[in-house]
Design a binder for this molecule. Sequence first.
Ligand code: PEP
Ligand code: MN
Length: 337
Amino acid sequence: MVVVMKATATEDDIEHLEEKVREAGGEAFVSRGKSRTIIGLVGDTARFTGMPIQTYQGVDHVILIGKPYKMVARELHPVPTTVKVGPAAVGRESFSVIAGPCAVESEEQAMRAARAAVDAGATILRGGAYKPRTSPYSFQGLGQRGLEILAECRAETGLPVVTEVIESRDVEHVAEVADCLQIGTRNMQNFALLKEVGQTQKPVLLKRGLSATVEEWLMAAEYIAQRGNSEIILCERGIRTFETATRNTLDLAGMVVAQNESHLPVIVDPSHATGQHELVAPMARAALAAGADGVMLDVHHAPTEALCDGAQALTPEELATLGEDLTTLAGALDRRV
Ligand code: PEP
Ligand code: MN
């Protein structure tokens, strides 16, 4: 951390800062310029970030040198992490396809989606039992029954299951069924929930908040890692912008920034990012071309009858075609699905 003093700062101001830094167990290196003094602080930066240095007399501004996240940062962990979800692996080695219904609606609907996922080459089944809906009047998910159906789909297809948990009190029982716990965009900064999933042994799929910067997203991941669970998959799912032509704006550059900044795998959800089924395949191919570690796709046998997000769901046939296209594209890029 570097503290830039005001041109009007006095020797007393500098000494006061030095003393405070010493009290916190650090060292201050003072560099006196012609008109300004800058002070480099060395030591455990976590201690300094908690100090109100900005408010000290004579201080102009403070510059942070280190990252506000450590455990998820690539800086200290240059090798990319692969996260195991049941028998599947999400990471650099292969491009993962995760597919399934937005919401589990019935045994028949979920099973058809699960079979479509297998047929398209997916290695993980997605499906919401607890749904975080914007409107309280919308379908809220089947809850416990939805989890049971997901377990039946896993038994039938062999695919491990990722499903969302929306409340801290549900973490334990959702974790009993899920192979991976999803934290949705609306809960990315629900710190109590992040800490709770950080205490489980289950991998976590952390979606980017719809108005979150990449840095905030990585700090949310840091909350989980700090509790002892570093098995985290990041998921870019579109952010809110001025544009209304798509549901959200898919931030593929942000996905690459997250990959460069962090050792965690980063996947893309083109279904929630675009909200329109005809945009899903082009954005899934773009995600692969841009170097994402996988995609997560909504599928429904009858999208016009879906209880949740039908407009963005692919039919099983469309999903199969996309699966083939991704395999071809991956080959051309020297990767595999
Ligand atoms: C979902 O994946 O089912 C979902 C609700 O996504 P998001 O949190 O990205 O809106
Ligand atoms: Mn959805």
